[in-house]
Design a protein around this ligand. Structure first.
Ligand code: KG4
Ligand code: ZN
Length: 360
């Protein structure tokens, strides 16, 4: 089975071809990602209008390159998948429309993939992880702990009550005058820093729920930056490194504590998970992985994190999620609309769509 996947929900224009073998294992034949980071960098964040224009400019070439690298034509495909949301709707519209056009011309089924579901299922492509598993989904826009019990079967165990983790990394990077996107840069600076220099708060630590809060931590970083600037006239490289390291450690401690609670909630409601899984861009962070790995091991669970290239937005995860849905006969009509909002958990999803909420 060969599936083309197209991703345009944020600031990457991406396309990939994934092959699924008879045993259900996936193989990435191509995975082309054209990042728009340079287009957005001067603005310190993603500008929706610029993103949409950049997607229009390049999506056809990215798709053509993915097909070329995979050595396939559109007639060889079994289906065309595109992220249909959630995300910046101007961008989603472009990838989804490209997929519809290819599906129509080639006479192939269309699969409208939820971008979050694609992140959630990536470990089944990379590591063949079986259901059910506990997922920490941590990206620029989302922070959730979810029980993944099947395709389309997601139960939220915890979420952030304010900022997403990736967003907090990006905001702290801004406070430290580091370039966008902030996450990788904060991690790079932190590697030269002393994580014990600043005792930043670990919000909600020890609480019995698996929710997150990051705005207090971000405020503590801002106050520290202002204090140093007032005292010393500016931040030195060592100050930046120490703040980055101390912030990163506070996030890792908080995430590990929330994951511990989520493991307990998971076992109470769903039995034994096969693994603790991390997905989304923040999964690229090594300190987070180390601290979470220790927590998972203490609970007797393996920690499974896709390689960084498959944690951040890409087309392979869309193609794979499409293949998983196609194998279950879940295809979509050509008039399906893009969605700016599209929650993953069953209870919330039935309000808006009903589709992901339905047990598949
Ligand atoms: O999943 P993703 O590529 O896009 C979204 O769907 O949001 O995640 C991007 C987010 C950004 O906030 C970025 O700063 C963060 O993931 N990120 C990181 C790292 N790499 C990316 N955060 C911490 N450490 C990293 N190494
Ligand atoms: Zn994402």
């Amino acid at each position: 089975m060969l599936v083309l996947g197209i991703e345009t929900t944020c600031d990457e224009t991406a396309a990939a071809v994934v092959r699924v073998g008879a045993a259900g294992t996936g193989e990435i034949l191509s995975n082309v990602v054209r990042s728009q980071v340079e287009d957005h960098a001067p603005f310190g964040g993603v500008v929706p209008e610029i993103a949409a224009r950049a997607h229009v400019d390049i999506v056809d070439r990215v798709v053509a390159e993915a097909l070329r690298q995979a050595g396939t034509g559109i007639d060889d495909l079994d289906a065309v998948a595109a992220a249909a949301g959630p995300g910046l709707v101007g961008g989603v519209l472009i990838g989804l429309t490209a997929a519809k056009a290819i599906a129509l011309v080639a006479g192939k089924p269309l699969i409208a993939v939820n971008h979050l579901e694609a992140h959630a299922l990536t470990v089944r492509l990379t590591d063949g992880i079986a259901f059910p598993y506990l997922l920490l989904l941590a990206s620029g826009g989302h922070t959730q702990l979810l029980a993944v019990t099947g395709i389309g079967a997601y139960s939220k165990l915890g979420t952030t009550i304010d900022d997403a983790i990736g967003e907090a990394f990006d905001k702290v990077a801004k406070l430290l005058d580091l370039p966008y996107p902030g996450g990788p840069e904060v991690e790079r600076r932190a590697s030269a820093g002393n994580a014990g220099r600043f005792a930043f708060p670990r919000p909600l630590l020890g609480r019995p729920t698996a929710d997150f809060s990051l705005s207090g931590l971000k405020t503590a970083v801002r106050l520290e930056v202002e204090r140093i600037e007032a005292a010393a006239g500016g931040l030195g490289d060592q100050d930046i490194a120490d703040i980055a390291a101390s912030f990163q450690m506070a996030v890792a401690d908080m995430v590990a504590d929330r994951a511990k609670v989520a493991i307990r909630l998971f076992r109470e409601r769903f039995g034994e998970p096969t693994a603790l899984v991390v997905a989304g861009g923040v999964g690229a962070n090594q300190t987070l992985k180390r601290v979470l790995g220790e927590k998972a091991a203490a609970a007797g669970l393996p920690l499974v994190v896709p390689p960084p290239k498959l944690c951040t937005d890409n087309g392979a995860m869309i193609a794979w999620a499409g293949a998983e849905r196609l194998a279950r006969g879940l295809t979509d009509p050509l008039d399906i609309a893009p969605r700016a909002r599209w929650p993953l958990d069953a209870e919330a999803a039935t309000i808006g769509s009903g589709r992901l909420g339905a047990k598949a």
